[in-house]
Write a protein that binds this ligand. Structure first.
Ligand code: PAF
Length: 290
């Protein structure tokens, strides 16, 4: 197969996508996958560009996965704009955009799902029960559809990245999971499709997530090894923003996502989740004890 150039090809069927990718791989082409739920922003663009720089054929999947939304969450309202997404994919150099409908991905009620262990019960998993099982199920399905490839995920969703990397390893999936740096607005707010929900006043206060993380990082790097003290500092910074409601502020091991080392030792991941009205925003950063 000749690798397509210019505008990406859109493919709606699993069979059609597999045929294209099998042909590409038989010609020795390396395949890169960027799984998304659409409403693409510069963060997704950087994932696609990263995939482009390391592969011969780049597939972007766009599918709003109902399994990862709990009742009452924003599945129905999740922002969607396929024309915009295709333009972003074209600019970033994607070759194929996979846009399956619900009937293609889940033609009948799902009887088999991925059930995760402890990594999914903490942090975002504690306030969104079942969310990561839904993510892991659709990602496992995408990995099965796409086959041998490198798959690119943003560090902004650090718990998701950790879970997906671990799942690929535990299940010996033929996929190399690549984490890519968070892309931010100039004031530090991490890019997210859910930023679209913020009112002007909420948007003005949203950089508090980044400020809280930086305050936690400064403490860790200055030698603070009590995780509770670091978490209290981040919580206090977030309480300065009157429109913010804290979900969690955590200082944890980057591999177990719990405070498995107490006192904190070596690599530490700081993570926060905060609600601003309808928008639930998350952010994180990595640091080391000083
Ligand atoms: O990060 C996302 O956009 C989604 O959780 C993913 C990985 C595409 C699975 O639906």
């Amino acid at each position: 197969m000749t690798v397509p150039a210019g505008r990406p090809v859109t493919e709606e069927t699993i069979g059609g996508l597999r045929a294209r990718l099998d042909e590409a791989r038989s010609g020795g082409h390396r395949v890169g996958l960027v799984p998304t739920m659409g409403f693409l922003h510069a963060g997704h663009r950087s994932l696609i560009e990263h995939a482009r720089s390391e592969n011969d054929l780049v597939v972007v999947s766009i599918f709003v996965n109902p399994l990862q939304f709990n009742p009452g969450e924003d599945f129905d309202d999740y922002p969607r704009d396929l024309d915009h997404d295709l333009a972003v994919c074209a600019r970033a150099g994607a070759d194929i955009v996979f846009t399956p409908g619900q009937d293609e991905m889940y033609p009948e009620p799902v009887a088999t799902t991925v059930r995760l262990g402890a990594l999914a019960d903490v942090l975002c998993g504690a306030s969104r029960p079942g969310h990561f099982d839904g993510v892991a199920t659709v990602v496992a399905k995408l990995f099965a559809i796409v086959g041998e490839c490198s798959a690119y995920f943003g560090e902004k969703d650090f718990q998701q990245l950790t879970i997906v990397s671990r799942m690929a390893k535990d299940l010996s999936l033929p996929v190399s999971v690549v984490g890519c740096p968070t892309v931010r607005e100039p004031d530090g707010l991490a890019l997210s499709s859910r930023n679209a929900y913020l009112s002007e006043a909420e948007r003005a206060q949203a950089p508090v997530l980044r400020r809280a993380l930086e305050a936690g990082e400064a403490l860790v790097e200055a030698g603070e090894t009590d995780g509770a003290v670091v978490e209290a500092r981040m919580t206090s910074v977030i309480s300065d923003a009157p429109l913010a409601t804290l979900d969690y502020a955590a200082a944890v091991s980057p591999t177990t996502l719990t405070r498995s080392q107490q006192p904190l030792q070596g690599d530490v991941r700081l993570l926060v989740a905060v609600r601003f009205g309808k928008a639930r925003l998350i952010d994180n950063l990595g640091c080391r004890t000083g």
